[in-house]
Design a protein around this ligand. Structure first.
Ligand code: AMP
Ligand code: MG
Length: 427
């Protein structure tokens, strides 16, 4: 019987920080990414109506003031304020009216009033409007209670936006509201970044890529690729499906070559740890200048960041929960920077916890969470990173600090809604 080989003891806490290994804190990893990446996409000119979700490559400048002319904010009667005073006012009504798109061409003599409708340019001689509901009229005279404030119920030219003003900065991701703003001030075309192309590759011998096919007992369906492709589309990028590669270095390398040839960035999932079958991390170590891959985060410790033929590769963990968390926390701000939209910082807010939890020092932790009716954060029953159902159950993540902490119900915690990561929560 041979002696001398002692099997490593199984550790209860297998997520404990290994000795002698430098784990990069989340914030440090993000700072590194932010410092090393920059916009990589060229630009194109598009009609504003085509621009939703696109990234402005140059500031947008108002070609016209909004409103362009002083106009009526309500339906009512307009006149010169100087001729009015205290008590009941009775002004003779001029024939005709001013309406939106139908200006009154004449001028309104001081002491007279004119019928005016919302959006109509103020006729000459009108600086104040009384609301129709506050007036009585027989068609010849209009009566209302004074005094009224000068300028009331009118809009000044340029009070919203002045011609020549910068209305949206470069890097802005155009929203539906921006479509209104740009159009209102006469901007018909915008210079935007070309959409960022991001390729997605799943790796693993166990994967059956098509959920419509039969899976052998040793197979699982590829859950990450559909998730990542959908995330990318939702972020306004062009997703490129690289399919699935088995745990084979040559095949993974061929797919990465394909990705690097057709995309601006690549997301892989699986094989990113340091195990025997972790071909992605090995390949990236050998050929891809891995810059950082031990990030102190749970879930998702194995995260490989590397360059492949000059294209950044984000080697996400295989566990779908970890893959999503790492995509939201690391890939999204980095891709946003590559796309020209600048670094994106998800905005969380502090809410009372509806749960208890003890956590050790040394790594950031993200829990699948959602808000209760009363605005407290509850977390998914299991922290197991294979529990995909928790991702759909959640509407966001609770971020626990790098330091050790003990959380009791009612304690303040950081809740970051999926929406803050640019992801819909299904509600
Ligand atoms: P790995 O990072 O390759 O060690 O994978 C970690 C775990 O995630 C394993 O249980 C894998 O089977 C699983 N996994 C890897 N890729 C996927 C995928 N695309 N869809 C679902 N599960 C996956
Ligand atoms: Mg694997």
């Amino acid at each position: 019987m041979s002696v001398g080989l002692t099997p490593p003891r199984l550790r209860n806490d297998c997520f404990a920080m290994p000795q002698g290994v430098a784990w990069v804190p989340v914030d440090e990893a993000l700072t590194l990414l932010r410092a090393r990446l920059h916009a990589v996409t060229g630009t194109e000119v598009l009609a504003v109506v085509q621009g939703r979700g696109r990234v402005l490559a140059a500031p947008a400048v108002a070609q016209r003031s909004n409103p362009p002319m002083p106009n009526a904010a309500v339906d009512g009667y307009g006149f010169a304020h100087v001729a009015t005073g205290e008590g009941v006012q009775r002004l003779p009504l001029l024939a005709g009216r001013a309406a939106a798109g139908q200006p009154f061409e004449g001028s309104v003599p001081t002491g007279h009033a004119i019928r005016i409708l919302t959006g109509a340019i103020l006729p000459d001689g009108v600086d104040t409007i009384v609301l129709e509901e506050d007036c009585a009229t027989d068609g010849h005279v209009v009566a209302f209670d004074g005094p009224v404030k000068r300028g009331i119920n009118t809009r000044q030219a340029g009070e919203d936006v002045r011609e020549g003003a910068t209305i949206l900065p470069a890097g802005r991701v155009l929203t539906p509201a921006d479509m209104a703003l740009l159009s209102a001030v006469g901007v018909g075309k915008v210079q935007v970044h070309r959409r960022l192309r991001v390729a997605v590759l799943s790796t693993g011998d166990e994967l059956q890529p098509d959920p419509g096919m039969k899976a052998a007992p040793h197979q699982i369906f590829d859950a990450n690729r559909p998730m990542l492709l959908a995330l990318l589309a939702g972020w306004g990028f062009d997703p490129i499906d690289l399919g699935h590669a088995p745990d084979d270095a040559a095949q993974i390398a061929a797919r990465l070559d394909q990705g690097a040839g057709s995309a601006d960035a690549i997301l892989t999932s699986g094989g990113a740890s340091a195990g025997d079958e972790d071909h992605v991390s090995r390949l990236l170590r050998e050929r891809g200048n891995v810059s950082s891959w031990r990030i102190a985060v749970k879930p998702g410790r194995p995260l490989a960041l590397a360059m492949w033929n000059g294209v950044p590769v984000f080697g996400l963990p295989g566990n779908p929960v970890a893959a999503l968390v790492c995509a939201l926390v690391f890939a999204r701000p980095a891709l946003s920077l590559l796309s020209g939209a600048g670094w994106s910082q998800p905005r969380g807010f502090t809410v009372p916890a509806a749960f208890s939890k003890r956590k050790k020092a040394g790594r950031r932790e993200y829990l699948r969470a959602r808000l209760t009716e009363s605005g407290e954060a509850e977390v998914f029953a299991s922290e197991g990173s294979g529990r995909i159902s928790g991702l759909s159950w959640a509407t966001g993540l609770v971020a626990l600090p790098d330091e050790a902490c003990t959380i009791a119900p009612g304690d303040p915690v950081q809740f970051v809604p999926y929406a803050s990561f640019g992801v819909s929560s299904g509600e």
